[in-house]
Design a binder for this molecule. Structure first.
Ligand SMILES: [Fe+2]
Length: 213
């Protein structure tokens, strides 16, 4: 699985239960542009089967990502109110929710674009300059996969494993972030090329299915 396709776009803003639009309207009414929206998947929910089931993709996108979006927008609303009142304690208290939910939105928005159905060319190792760069920095594509699997397995709790480009050092690296911390928390020079979601919510239905069978 890799990269993106524009095939069969789904309109999923309804998954938010309309919650984002009132928040956006309220923010706009005060002249504050704050809210984000759940992005469409660039493929059908079942397009990645059998690697990832359509059921888990639907839940992951419409329940989990949608919740990060809703909670991030809610936190921004509260931040706006706290700033308006000059409530410094509330502003500081909200930083955790903004980081967690904003990070969840940022990370998942990258994650969906990293995936691509086999029918659209997904599942192929990277070619061209990226393929050469991977060979140069990790020895081989297989060595990179092994390293990312090991880093993910070693991650305590939930988090993300990243194939990153360090713009300043001009090199590729494998990084991990805890919880929903986005890659930028490791340094402003890091650009995410591939993000692997190590949260159980990304695969738990298939684990249950495999165990059952
Ligand atoms: Fe996730």
């Amino acid at each position: 699985m890799a990269l993106r396709t524009l095939a069969s776009k789904k309109t999923l803003s309804l998954a938010l239960g309309g919650g984002a639009r009132p928040l956006a309207a309220a923010a706009a009414a005060r002249g504050v542009a704050t809210t984000v929206s759940l992005p469409d998947l660039p493929y059908d929910f079942g397009a990645l089967e059998p690697a990832i089931s359509g059921e888990i993709m639907r839940l992951h996108h419409q329940k989990h990502h949608a919740t990060y979006v809703a909670n991030y927008n809610k936190a921004l609303e509260q931040l706006d109110a706290a700033v308006s009142k000059g409530d410094a304690s509330a502003v500081v208290q909200l930083q955790g929710a903004i980081k967690f939910n904003g990070g969840g939105h940022v990370n998942h928005s990258i994650f969906w674009k990293n995936l691509k159905p086999i029918s659209e060319g997904g599942g192929e190792p990277p070619h061209g300059k990226l393929g050469w760069a991977i060979d140069e920095h990790f020895g081989s594509f297989e060595a990179l996969v092994k390293k990312m699997n090991a880093e993910g397995a070693a991650l305590q709790g939930s988090g993300w494993v990243w194939l990153a480009l360090d713009k300043e050092a001009k090199k590729l690296s494998v990084e991990t972030t805890p919880n929903q911390d986005p890659l930028v928390t490791k340094g402003a020079s890091f650009v995410p090329l591939l993000g692997i979601d190590v949260w159980e919510h990304a695969y738990y239905l298939q684990v249950i299915s495999f165990c059952w069978n």
